[in-house]
Write a protein that binds this ligand. Structure first.
Ligand code: PLP
Length: 406
């Protein structure tokens, strides 16, 4: 099935606008993707027809709202093929999900000297929570290196995985480079030594089909807003044998069974990890986003985005002095580059004047920028609503700015 991009674009009202007198071309999808009307309508419907706090109510609206929230959980479950819906925890996003794991898994299983392995291309949200744990508990963070193309170097992985290694935590896809990491290989090799693996899927679920059972990962986390859903909501999948053994992350309403001043017992999964009123409208919105993506078909989205990636790389590579960062064989639709000695910030600011929205800077991956010895890059990241015509405008814009600086 081929997809009708013009029809898809009509679903996204925000795309139809002028910026600095030019039609908007939005290439900042790795930071956040826009929301189709279907998602906006689903959230609108929560507040206009059935808003009510969930789980504890006996009245009609509360029951409708609870059902919608739990339906959204099942949508997430099916989306990533999790065995059980109670293995899906709603969080504020990827960042909170990783902090939850670092804190709860860390409190429950890690002690001084234990090792957690990340990679050189991680987003700060898969580095800093572990560094906090380094400070709190004296754990040791080890880093899988990358080669110049931005691919993980796994030659020494087996030596890396020692009897002290308690968790491997790596990105599925790099936000700054687009590299698709060989996570199945990493999971299998870690599991061969009985080491659990957490996958940061913030940049993956919108680009490729994820099956947590086929991967056999222990944890998989992602954000709603990068997959055409709302901000402030995300999901953590965890195998129940881990989640059941982990300490709760936060204390409060809903995560308890009984509370007295003599002690508290905790609720069953998933509620044990969902203290307080959750973002139920966000969850419903994320469910609608999943429906939206499913209706187009992730394989269709992936094929189209690969076409955009190839076209973009081919066209941009004709610009004199352009240097790409992230040229892995397996790559998602993210292009990171610098032209000559033009500072990414200058390039981004001038492209904005042409209606071209790119991201510039370190992309919350400063250790990765240090690896390449650069302050940052210009990043164009494509979503299903981008077009080759927009890429032509981007290429013309980059050429124009390059000439101005020449
Ligand atoms: N991990 C990766 C790979 C990301 O790209 C991002 C966001 O850009 C995050 C984690 C953090 O996601 P959020 O800000 O939605 O929590």
């Amino acid at each position: 099935m081929s997809i009708d991009i013009q029809k898809i674009r009509k679903d996204f009202p925000i795309l139809d606008q002028m910026v600095h007198g030019k039609p908007l071309a939005y290439f900042d999808n790795a930071a956040t993707a826009h929301k189709p009307q279907q998602v906006i309508d689903a959230i609108d419907e929560v507040y206009t027809t059935y808003n009510s706090n969930i789980h504890r109510g006996v009245h009609h609206l509360s029951n409708v709202c609870t059902q919608a929230f739990e339906d959204a959980r099942v949508k997430v479950q099916n989306f990533i093929n999790a065995p059980h819906s109670h293995e899906v925890i709603f969080t504020r996003g990827t960042t909170e999900a990783i902090n939850l794991i670092a804190t709860s898994f860390g409190e429950s299983f890690l002690k001084a000297g234990d090792e957690v392995i990340v990679s050189q291309l991680e987003h700060h949200s898969n580095i800093v929570p572990w560094q906090l744990l380094e400070k709190r508990k004296g754990i040791v963070l080890k880093v899988i290196p990358i080669n110049d193309a931005g691919e993980l170097v796994l030659d020494d992985l087996d030596d890396f995985l020692t009897e002290r290694t308690k968790l491997v935590a790596v990105a599925h896809i790099s936000n700054a480079l687009g590299t698709i990491n060989p996570i199945k290989t990493i999971i299998d090799r870690a599991h061969a030594k009985s080491i659990p693996v957490m996958i940061d899927g913030a940049q993956a679920v919108q680009h490729l089909k994820v099956d947590v059972q086929a991967l056999d990962c222990d944890f998989y986390v992602f954000s709603g807003h990068k997959i055409y859903g709302p901000t402030g909501i995300g999901a953590l999948y965890g195998k129940e044998e881990w989640l059941n053994k982990m300490e709760p992350y936060q204390g409060g309403g809903e995560m308890i069974q009984t509370v007295s001043f003599d002690g508290t017992t905790f609720n069953e999964l998933p509620f044990k990890f969902e203290a307080g009123t959750p973002d139920y409208s966000g969850a419903v919105g994320m469910g609608a986003a999943i429906d939206y993506v499913n209706a187009i078909g992730l394989e269709n989205i992936a094929a189209y985005e690969q076409e955009l990636l190839e076209y973009g790389m081919e066209q941009l590579s004709q610009i004199p002095g352009i240097q790409f960062y992230g040229t892995a064989k397996e790559k998602a639709s993210v292009i990171s580059f610098i032209v000559g000695n033009i500072h990414p910030f200058d390039m981004g600011t001038m492209l904005d004047k042409l209606g071209l929205a790119v991201r510039t800077g370190h992309h919350c991956a400063q250790p990765l920028m240090q690896r390449y010895n650069i302050p940052g890059t210009v990043r164009a990241s494509f979503a299903v609503y981008n077009t080759k015509e927009e890429i032509d405008r981007l290429v013309a814009g980059v050429k124009r700015v390059s000439l101005l600086f020449a």
